[in-house]
Design a protein around this ligand. Structure first.
Ligand code: NDP
Ligand code: DXP
Ligand code: MN
Length: 381
């Protein structure tokens, strides 16, 4: 039986992870759960899964949990709670489903402790992919992708060597405003931006999908997970989100992974790999589906994707800045402080002010992240 901890257990990926785990009671014991503010749901999860380690967003929330759980349960809080659960709960498998670069330190802590990682938190790879992948290699732990595109690529690769790959083709739905031209984007609302055409996800990733930052983050994530240079990672528009991504091999064969959009499938595969297990997801009926569409990416319509490639190719701290500036800009948009199009202008503005630092260590990453956040918060629009 594997001992599992879920960081970000109350979110979209966290709750679906626990749904998957609850269907496999003989395979997994939940030893740790960590979340932020949603203490009511966290308490429900604690009652259902009985972990020995729990963490909430702050001490006040942690006190509410302490009042409800047996005395043997360790209840922690804040960032240190996340890293302690990652490293001290006894988990041999940690699902990293926090949102944002907040996930970096706990992902590194889990790897340092020797746990395998189910990685949904793409921002930790974007902000410091070299640190995460180098540590995973030196500790001999697996980083298993949960992100649907990367799970698809992982499944298509099935252990093939990088030298056999001509290119990765990451599919993109186009997001909430894919039916609109750029001129119509100026006045779009937060409420409309939060309506993803195919997936039900947390707020930040749904906005990232609308700006195409999500695909930018995913291109960088693919670079670190699969070790390919950026000119061998392409993005294609695919409005149905049925083909989750593809790999073209040097012999021109193309492998694709298909399925209805349901994150429980990639989550489960990351948990059961190399085995497969029966899933509650609805089977794909291609006859009913009828048509699948593919279109070339339009970098003028979606400049945030161009910025991601530029940051990725610059390397070093450029992707840290891309991700941190975006996080702040998205938070400002969600608070209705700035218009939708200001997200991309803030990212571009902060990147333009940054003098990149190659091969940054953790301290440099954290300093750069803090600098980019403060620049993005202060950016006039
Ligand atoms: N949702 C999806 O389908 C997909 C998501 N991903 C990636 O997975 C990650 C998670 O996304 P998603 O599940 O949508 O996000 P959500 O916003 O739904 O969930 C985020 C989780 O992080 C917790 N959290 C946020 N801030 C803190 C904090 N300061 N301290 C402790 N916990 C905190 C939240 O806790 P609380 O709610 O209690 O405050 C919640 O449990 C992201 O990196 C995203 O890009 C990738 C592919 C698909
Ligand atoms: C489910 C998942 O993995 C998301 O990252 C999803 O892919 C978002 O879709 P788009 O970014 O393609 O709109
Ligand atoms: Mn994805």
């Amino acid at each position: 039986m594997r001992k599992i901890a879920v960081l970000g257990s109350t979110g979209s990926i966290g709750t679906q992870t626990l749904d998957v785990v609850s269907r496999m009671p003989d395979e997994f014991e939940v030893v740790g759960l960590a979340a932020g503010n949603n203490v009511d749901l966290l308490l429900e999860q604690v009652r259902a899964f009985k972990p020995k380690w729990v963490s909430a967003g702050n001490e006040t929330l942690a006190d509410r949990i302490r009042a409800e759980v047996p005395s043997g349960v360790r209840v922690l809080s804040g960032e240190s709670g996340l890293t302690e659960i990652a490293s001290r709960s006894g988990a041999d498998y940690v699902v990293c489903s926090l949102v944002g670069s907040l996930g970096l330190k706990s992902t590194l802590a889990a790897i340092e402790a020797g746990a395998d990682i189910g990685l949904a938190n793409k921002e930790s790879l974007v902000t410091a992919g070299h640190l995460v992948m180098d540590k995973a290699k030196s500790k001999g732990v697996s980083v298993l992708p949960i992100d649907s595109e990367h799970s698809a690529i992982f499944q298509c690769l099935n252990g093939e060597d990088v030298s056999a790959i001509r290119r990765l083709i990451v599919t993109a739905s186009g997001g909430s405003f894919r039916h609109l031209g750029r001129e119509a984007l100026a006045g779009v609302t937060v409420e409309d931006a939060l309506k993803h055409p195919n997936w039900s996800m947390g707020a930040k990733i749904t906005i990232d999908s609308a700006t195409m930052v999500n695909k930018g983050l995913e291109v960088i994530e693919a670079h670190w997970l699969f070790g390919l240079p950026y000119d061998r990672i392409d993005v294609m528009l695919h409005p149905e989100s049925i083909v989750h991504s593809m790999v073209e091999f040097v012999d021109t064969s193309v492998m694709a992974q298909l399925g209805n959009p349901d994150m429980r499938v990639p989550i489960q595969y990351a948990l059961t790999y190399p085995q497969r297990a029966v899933s509650p997801a609805s089977p794909l009926d291609l006859l009913k589906q009828g048509t699948l569409n593919f279109k070339p990416m339009d970098f003028d319509r979606y400049p945030c994707l161009r910025l991601a490639y530029e940051a990725g190719r610059s390397g070093g701290t450029a992707t840290t800045v891309y991700s941190a500036a975006n996080e702040v800009a998205v938070a400002r948009f969600l608070r209705k402080e700035i218009p939708f199009l200001a997200i991309e202008s803030i990212i571009e503005n902060v990147l333009s002010k940054h003098a990149g630092i190659p091969a940054p260590d953790l301290e440099t990453i954290l300093e750069t992240d803090a600098w980019a956040r403060s620049e993005a918060s202060a950016s006039e629009v």
